[in-house]
Design a protein around this ligand. Structure first.
Ligand code: SAM
Length: 273
């Protein structure tokens, strides 16, 4: 008789190596999802040991995504390019945007083929949404991909989302240069939402060690480095802040500086017209 985890790995599609953890599936495990394997849960457990508030922090990250997409819709943005979009979870970008504007278009891009498989199943009935397997470190490749260039009108403003993914780009891969290419290509009036692991909480160093040891990626950067990713754009108030502080829906009382609030920094920038 096979163990449960052996049976689980028997079911994975041939493009997936069940012995290697995947960022998309680890993040799914951290959010409490079911689209992950034993090898991913092992990393998630090590991550929780290092940073017990990681699940709460990921929820704050999903919540700023929802508020920022809503904000962009209110600014008239009706097409979104979501890079490093992850596995479908609750409140995906197209659900948030299309609730406000049913005609809003969303292209999800992820370099993990598992996202395409699950995304296709979720989106089969939605003609305004598309899922592409591509590597965001290749901006020219992403922007000229037929399902990006043919689906979005890049001569008009877009909402570019880089949510919890640029910390998986190493310094030597030049994240600043990659960002420049996307900012250069997007039309004036476009908006960028970027969130990133921050070095604000010293406890996050232990999490960084786990990620670097297991998947080789997951770098904390400080507020100046993260703010630099928005260079050339006008930062929308309140600037680069911890996610719960970015345009909260409800007026907040004095909050204790819970560690879960500090793991990410993020903001929205607008390309000047
Ligand atoms: N954006 C979602 C969110 O914030 O909820 C998911 C974030 S998840 C931590 C990071 C995602 O980025 C994973 O699905 C991973 O596969 C993807 N990713 C990492 N490096 C990438 C790259 N070079 N190109 C495209 N996607 C990438």
């Amino acid at each position: 008789d096979k163990s449960w985890s052996q049976r689980e790995t028997d079911r994975v599609p041939p493009t997936v190596d069940p012995t290697r953890p995947s960022i998309a599936r680890i993040y799914d495990a951290i959010l409490g999802g079911k689209d992950n394997l034993a090898v991913d849960r092992a990393v998630a457990e090590a991550a929780f040991k290092a940073f017990p508030d990681g699940g709460e922090a990921a929820k704050h990250n999903r919540a700023i995504l929802a508020r920022a997409v809503r904000y962009m819709c209110e600014q008239g943005i009706d097409q979104f390019l979501d890079l490093g979009s992850g596995l479908p979870t609750v409140e995906n970008t197209h659900e948030i945007a299309q609730r406000i504007n049913p005609d809003a278009k969303v292209v999800y891009v992820d370099n993990d083929p598992v996202v395409l498989a699950h995304g296709r199943a979720l989106l089969a009935t939605n003609g305004n949404t598309s899922v592409v397997t591509a590597d965001l470190r290749d901006p020219e490749g992403v922007l000229s991909h037929p399902e990006v260039a043919g689906f979005l009108d890049l001569t008009r403003p877009i909402g570019l989302l880089l949510v919890a993914v640029v910390h998986h780009v190493l310094d030597e891969e030049e994240p600043g240069r990659i960002l420049e290419a996307y900012k250069e290509a997007m039309a004036p009036g476009s908006h960028l939402l970027l969130t990133h692991f921050s070095s604000a909480a010293p406890e996050a160093r232990a999490l960084e060690s786990v990620l670097l040891r297991t998947i080789g990626r997951g770098k904390l950067r400080d507020r100046d480095e993260i703010t630099d990713f928005f260079s050339g754009l006008d930062l929308v108030e309140p600037g680069v802040v911890h996610p719960p502080d970015w345009r909260p829906d409800e007026v907040q009382g004095p909050e204790p500086q819970l560690i879960s609030r500090l793991l990410y920094l993020g903001g929205v920038g607008r390309k000047p017209v």
